[in-house]
Design a protein around this ligand. Structure first.
Ligand code: GDP
Ligand code: MG
Length: 660
């Protein structure tokens, strides 16, 4: 909302400008007035719109032209005062004052004008007949009013209109020549209608209208008032009311009526509530609420935002096939000023047999945007009206900023649900195939992807110990010169080589040695194209040997050249490793049946954690004196703990093997 309103009064000498101001302030007509009244400021709480208002007088006798021009450029609204009994002062409105103001104001931001006919106490007739043609000629004239400083007629109204002209200008809403709402205004109201049409049936029913009324005006509509509104529309339009609800046509008609009856502040209240500024564009504060993301933290959608997005999906999935057809998706994006998802989305998330985005794919794409570009996500949520419909302070309320990853690593646990895996590999080693296979596409289906629609991201969900997590795969461009920080920052690294190409492994070895050998990020070697014969890699040692030396799990064979959808097992393993970067998992399976898995689950169990904590405490007491227990000894303690853990783990594993 605007800070304050500056009203300037201009006009020929002796028309009563100073008297008008004095009458307003003292509520009585002053017999003697100075040439020019001092600038007065009316405090916010005594003005109808609760905005501080400055009223500025002008006097030709006391001010230079230069001073006048300055005042004109500072004003938010200008009242051109004439005297109803003085024809010359009326003529001067068009011959002198309007051109002068036009010359001294910005073309793009025309200041609204109000024509004020003073001294109405002196004449019987009205000046409106002369004034109306002028009003029609100049669209910047907001309104006109006849008043009298002498008998105080219409004085407070005059200043109220002036204030309203600034706070709720009709200019952006209404075209007086066409006697109709302007297209930009209709467009904004159409978006508001679609956002408020919660069940997407093209009609605002009583529930939706009540919700709308409550969000915009903080008060529900009385049942009778609701009926009255519908009746007004019914009387004037055949298809404005349908199934006892308001259609888009009816909604727009109603607002046109508000504007025509001078109640455009109603329409402005609605527009502003939905984030529009004076130019009827969604304002930046609404679209981009403040959200700080410290380094090492990532961004995810919280439960509330996911529920909201689910409701948006449901309202557009008209045929209830749990997927959005291109037409359904088109309707969903109608509240956006542009289409947010390009054709690459179909190769970034899961689609159904028809190639349409499934519910899971839809949520994945939102998760991807939230992770990679949270401000864009806030913007999109803004278009969907998240904060309004979900009744939240702002879109930022839908975002979780995860804690610093360093703390996760220290505490050896994480609350995050999105994990990033960067996929490295030489040209045509099988990276894209690896990404697409995660979306369930085998090689045959991948071959139908057009080059311009391919994506360097793939995101879907996997289950880790029964919990659903998102895994975000990112294919890194193989040229080292193009590596960015984001290419190196991730939760797990995949190094892909083509098992059928003897020169393919060397690249993986080089990437690993140059970037990841000393990092804490776990790495996994993938031997792709395992449907083809495996050849010996031309490198100092075999991939298996390389992995052993660098304490990596052995290379994982992988192929996407399958009859059905490729296996998803590897992705669950990757997510598990990303979640538990400490666990040096020798067996990477997550079947939850084999000894390794049982052992793993046991090691993660609470019982063991307490036993471990006790043993650890004993060890600590023995080896480290209390004085040393400050943070500087953290690594020492951590390594002592790890040793106990390893011992214990191994013993348990042996016990379990025996019992089988
Ligand atoms: P300004 O030069 O435009 O500021 O005009 P003033 O406020 O000085 O008023 C000029 C003369 O008109 C004064 O003698 C006022 O008393 C008189 N006057 C101002 N307003 C009214 C009005 O509403 N009715 C009548 N009858 N006289 C007015
Ligand atoms: Mg004066």
């Amino acid at each position: 909302m605007r800070k304050d309103v500056r009203i300037l009064l201009v006009g020929e000498p002796k028309v009563g400008k100073t008297s008008l101001i004095m009458s307003l302030v003292s509520e009585e007509f002053p017999d003697v007035v100075p040439y020019r009244a001092e600038e007065i400021t009316i405090p916010a709480d005594v003005t109808p719109e609760r905005v501080p208002t400055h009223i500025v007088d002008y006097s030709e006798a006391e001010q230079t032209d230069e001073q006048l021009f300055q005042e004109i450029s500072k004003a938010n609204v200008i009242c051109i005062v004439y005297s109803v009994n003085n024809q010359k002062s009326i003529e001067k409105v068009t011959s002198h004052w309007i051109p002068l103001i036009t010359e001294n104001t910005d073309k793009d931001s025309r200041v609204p004008l109000i024509l004020v006919g003073n001294k109405s106490d002196l004449v019987e007739h009205s000046s409106m007949e002369t004034i109306l043609p002028i009003m029609n000629q100049y669209s910047e004239i907001e309104t006109c009013v006849e008043c009298s400083a002498k008998n105080l007629k219409n004085i407070s109204e005059l200043f109220y209109y002036a204030q309203k002209a600034v706070l709720h200008p009709t200019g952006p809403l209404y075209c007086p020549e066409k006697k109709d709402m302007k297209p930009v205004c209709a467009k904004a109201l159409t978006r508001i209608f679609k956002v408020s049409d919660l069940d997407n049936d093209g009609i605002l029913n009583d529930n939706e209208l009540n919700f709308f009324q409550r969000t915009c005006f903080n008060a529900p509509l009385e049942p009778q008032a609701l009926e009255d509104v519908k009746n007004v529309v019914r009387r004037n339009l055949i298809d404005g009311v349908c199934d006892n609800g308001l259609t888009l046509k009816g909604f727009l008609f109603l607002h046109t009526l508000f504007i025509q009856r001078g109640r455009h502040e109603t329409t402005w209240t609605v527009l502003r509530r939905f984030g529009y500024d004076d130019d009827l564009e969604l304002n930046q504060d609404y679209l981009f609420p403040l959200l700080k993301v410290p380094p090492n933290c990532t961004t995810e959608l919280n439960h509330n935002a996911s529920l909201f997005l689910q409701s948006i999906f449901d309202k557009h999935d008209k045929d209830r096939d749990s997927a959005l057809s291109p037409v359904e998706l088109g309707y969903l994006f109608e509240v956006f000023p542009y289409t947010p998802w390009g054709p690459d989305v179909y190769n970034t998330v899961c689609t159904n047999d028809q190639g349409w985005i499934t519910y899971q794919g839809y949520l994945s794409q939102w998760t991807l945007t939230t992770y990679l570009d949270v401000h864009r996500c806030l913007e999109y949520l803004g278009y969907l009206g998240y904060s309004i419909i979900a009744e939240q302070e702002s879109q930022a309320a839908g975002i979780i900023v995860t804690r610093d990853k360093k703390i996760d690593l220290q505490k050896k646990q994480t609350q995050r649900s999105v994990f990033r895996c960067n996929v490295f590999g030489d040209i045509s080693s099988g990276k894209s195939g690896f990404l697409q296979a995660f979306l369930g596409k085998n090689l045959t289906r991948q071959k139908t992807i057009k080059e311009e629609h391919r994506s360097y991201y793939a995101i879907s969900t996997t289950f880790v110990y029964g919990q659903e997590k998102f895994l975000l795969l990112h294919e890194v461009f193989p040229d080292f010169d193009y590596l960015t920080d984001a290419d190196l920052l991730c939760d797990i690294v995949c190094l892909v080589y083509d098992g059928n190409n003897p020169y393919s492994f060397e690249y993986c070895a080089n990437v690993f040695k140059q970037y990841f050998m000393d990092s804490k990020t776990p790495c996994m070697m993938i031997a792709a194209k395992s449907d083809l014969p495996e050849v010996k890699q031309i490198y100092g040692c075999s991939p298996l040997e390389f992995c052993r030396r660098h304490k990596m799990p052995p290379p994982q064979s992988f192929t996407c050249n399958t009859a059905a959808a490729p296996s998803r097992e590897i992705y669950a393993k990757l997510t598990t490793m990303a979640m538990h970067p400490h666990a040096r998992l020798r067996c990477m399976c997550t079947c939850n049946r084999c000894t390794f898995c049982l052992c793993q689950n046991f090691l993660n169990s609470e019982l063991l954690q307490t036993v471990r904590a006790k043993v650890y405490a004993v060890v600590r007491r023995r080896h480290v004196s209390q004085a040393d227990m400050k943070t500087s000894t953290f690594w020492l303690r951590a390594s002592a703990g790890a040793a106990v853990f390893a011992l214990l783990g191994f013993a348990l594993y042996r016990v379990m093997l025996k019992t089988r």
